[in-house]
Design a protein around this ligand. Structure first.
Ligand code: NA7
Length: 559
């Protein structure tokens, strides 16, 4: 989303809309999971149509082209595993790929496997309606496509629905404004400009050092400081790449059997309280140098579980911030003190804290003095006015559910997904919502989603859905639906697990706290990808326990 003077990234190619066509499956989204779904379902001989709002593939890595955008999981892992030739031949230039390399990879995959022809670009789905009489989904797009299909796979992204806070006066702003997740393809120049950056999550932390490099002045408006580790990104050494490629088969298998779907040999040291302060410091220094927030959290067995243990780790990170930032007041403002480390996503940065030592950068505390309005000349907080030429909103997403609820989805009996999810995003196994038959979510609420490595888990989820579709079609079923009881049990299990973790001590987007009015619940399955995968596989083996399967198109039980 950008100011009116600037072109948005996702302008549509002029392609004829598909009108009243039929397909076996509609896939929503041509990100990494959507692309793999096309590959997998076409192999089953199904007729597949994909609608993609952007004019290119890559999903998150298509939209998030803001300065400094980079993945925070190393690329040898954050990549497809479904084709060995692909993973052997593709070369990642850096440990942590920048957006452009990830987008190039998505394009390569789309071309290599001939997937582009299945995708309708510039086609934002704005209505999905389940028709009970025929057991078919009617899917339509803003540009006029209308396709009827037996199944829908919603691969529309957990971090896709842009959140621009509802500040009064944005329309009156005379400069340019951008949301980082809808960054224009054209270069944005900050030369000589007074730039305001709102938001200091993963995105703001990546953008700030790059913007500060050329802006006349950068004001960073911070509401909550993040815990951030140095990425230490660097070119990928050939021997490292070679070593990985020689072990891909077993490492990918290990990833699929791990908690976060990552390959992460970690030396665990037991309780942090078993060590003297000097020993702890030495061990934490090693973890700090490892460039891995997950590893940092797991070095000791209790820093992710007990507040007292966590505080030792948090204070270690605050010490790092104080070492780097020369102005002690600015350093204190940058130190997170109101929530445990790991309870919000740990960020990875390249020179973020150093940025605040630059003479052209000012940190503004908008917790103490919130943003009140955008003005024609800039921005007003409760304490001061700031004249700005460019405002960057790094203010995140209506995460996990927003991409689904914004599509106007109605299920059996005409129930609206937004109404169904008014209290919480109820679902079963993270795949299905009771009353919305034959609609499968990828990385939806109730799945490990953003707490695991999303390319690998996306592949796994797509494989699960594909095998369900195979079963249903082979055995002549018209529909599958989750039962309300199974959904309730899954919600209870999710709550029980989340209630034991430190996540409950933070107002994060994991619980919907960043969106005013969004019901608060921990939306992500926290039991680990390995356990999740076993559970989903077992439910199918147990004869689709928790689901109803129907051979005719009769109405399913309403939730
Ligand atoms: P995040 O992590 O949701 O960060 C958004 C930031 O914007 C965060 O610092 C927010 O402060 C801030 N924010 C949001 N609304 C406001 C208002 N109204 N006023 C001031 N500041 C505000 O989004 P990102 O894009 O950085 O990262 C999303 C994920 O992408 C990330 O976790 C990785 O998985 C990749 P808050 O913390 O809510 O006080």
């Amino acid at each position: 989303m950008t100011g009116s003077s600037t072109a948005a990234a996702g302008r549509a190619e002029a392609a004829e809309p598909l009108v009243t066509q039929t397909a076996d499956v509609v896939v929503v989204g041509a990100g990494f999971s959507g692309l793999y779904a096309l590959y997998r379902l076409r192999k089953l001989g199904l007729k597949v149509v994909c609608f993609e709002a952007g004019d290119g593939v890559g999903g998150t890595w298509y939209w998030n082209r803001y300065p400094g955008a980079r993945v925070d999981i190393e690329s040898m892992q954050y990549s497809y595993s479904f084709d060995d030739e692909l993973q052997q031949e593709w070369r990642w230039p850096e440990y942590f790929s920048p957006q452009a390399d990830l987008e190039a990879y998505a394009n390569h995959v789309a071309d290599r496997f001939g997937l582009r022809e299945l995708i309708r670009f510039g086609a934002r789905v704005d209505r999905m309606r389940f028709e009970e009489r025929t057991s078919r989904w009617h899917v339509s797009t803003q540009r006029g496509d209308q396709v009827t299909a037996k199944y829908v796979i919603a691969a529309c992204g957990a971090l896709n629905a842009t959140n621009v806070p509802d500040f009064p006066g944005l329309d009156s702003f005379r400069g340019q404004w951008y949301h980082t997740s809808q960054w224009p393809k054209e270069d944005v120049s900050f030369d000589g400009k007074r730039v305001g950056l709102i938001g200091t999550g993963s995105t703001g932390i990546q953008a700030a050092p790059v913007v500060a490099g050329s802006a006349a002045h950068l004001h960073v408006f911070q509401r909550t400081p993040a815990y951030s580790l140095p990425a230490n990104n660097r070119p990928l050494p050939p021997d490292y790449e070679h070593e990985w490629k020689g072990h891909y088969a077993e490492r990918r298998a290990q990833m699929r059997q791990s908690f976060t779907a990552t390959y992460m040999p970690v030396q665990q040291y037991g309780s942090v309280f078993d060590y003297s302060p000097e020993e702890r410091a030495r061990i934490l220094e090693q973890a700090w140098a490892s460039r891995n927030g997950l590893l940092m959290m797991r070095t000791f067995t209790d820093t992710g579980k007990s507040l007292e243990a966590n505080e030792i780790l948090a204070e270690f990170i605050r010490g790092k911030i104080r070492q780097v930032v020369t102005d002690p007041d600015v350093a204190e403002l940058l130190c997170p003190k109101t929530y445990p480390v790991g309870a919000k996503r740990i960020c990875m940065d390249t020179g973020y804290y150093e940025t605040f030592n630059r003479p052209n950068v000012t940190l503004v505390d908008v917790r103490a003095n919130p943003v009140i309005a955008i003005t024609p000349a800039g921005l007003r907080t409760a304490a001061a006015e700031y004249d700005l030429d460019i405002i960057i909103f790094a203010t995140g997403f209506d995460a996990v559910t927003g991409s689904l609820t914004r599509m106007n989805v109605t299920g059996a009996g005409g129930i609206d997904l937004r109404a169904k999810w008014a209290r919480r995003p109820a679902n079963y196994l993270g795949f299905m919502v009771a009353g919305f038959p034959n609609l499968f979510m990828i990385h939806g609420p109730g799945s490990p989603g953003v707490l695991a490595q999303m390319i690998t888990t996306g592949e796994w989820q797509v494989d699960w859905v594909a095998s369900v579709i195979e079963d249903l079609d082979r055995d002549g079923y018209a529909r599958i639906d989750a039962t309300p009881d199974a959904e309730d049990a899954w919600s209870a299990e999710m709550d029980e697990m989340a209630g034991k973790t430190l996540y409950r001590f933070a107002d994060s987007w994991y619980v919907g706290a960043n969106i005013p009015g969004k019901p608060r619940s921990f939306m992500i399955y926290i039991g680990g990808f390995d356990q999740y995968a076993r559970r989903c596989t077992q439910q199918v083996r147990d004869g689709y326990e928790g689901f109803t399967l129907a051979r005719d198109a009769s109405p399913s039980k309403l939730p």
